[in-house]
Design a protein around this ligand. Sequence first.
Ligand SMILES: Nc1ncnc2c1ncn2[C@@H]1O[C@H](COP(=O)(O)OP(=O)(O)OP(=O)(O)O)[C@@H](O)[C@H]1O
Ligand SMILES: [Mg+2]
Length: 157
Amino acid sequence: MTKLVLELISPEATAALARTLAEALLPGDVVFLEGDLGAGKTTMVRSMLGHLGWTGSVRSPSYALIHSYPTLQPVVHHLDLYRIGSAEEAMGLDLDHHLRDGEILLIEWADRLEGAVTPRFTVHLEITGSETRRARITASEMPILTQETFRKEQSPT
Ligand SMILES: Nc1ncnc2c1ncn2[C@@H]1O[C@H](COP(=O)(O)OP(=O)(O)OP(=O)(O)O)[C@@H](O)[C@H]1O
Ligand SMILES: [Mg+2]
């Protein structure tokens, strides 16, 4: 288990983290995005989808629960489970099926799944100011995301 804490000093820093994560994604990956309302979970997903090649708009799947981006390779699904009724209702979303097909799941409010899906990355965002966030990243394996690689991301040479 790898853990990393990053002080995101601006929306640009959050976008840089999103890019690093997007580049690390592999088929069948699951990313949990945690943090209070307005912490920046959807903002990070929007940035990640942009780096993965999505040029359209990205809105929160607050009521639909899931928005899919079938033109991306691999296909990406963005979920916001804040309003889901139960873990059983989540079963109806057939997440295992998507993962077996090598698709990627980016999930807000994944606690609603009660452990039914295991993430490769978890990003917990904490609001530290109007434009600043603290990111706590947990990765299940492979220390591909280090403070060092992130610094390089923020200051390209
Ligand atoms: N450094 C930053 N990183 C991310 N978002 C920031 C930052 N600074 C300001 N913001 C703003 O914070 C807001 C985050 O909203 P967003 O919808 O992404 O939150 P959320 O975590 O998805 O909330 P919800 O739980 O309601 O879905 C946006 O308006 C964004 O512009
Ligand atoms: Mg959101």
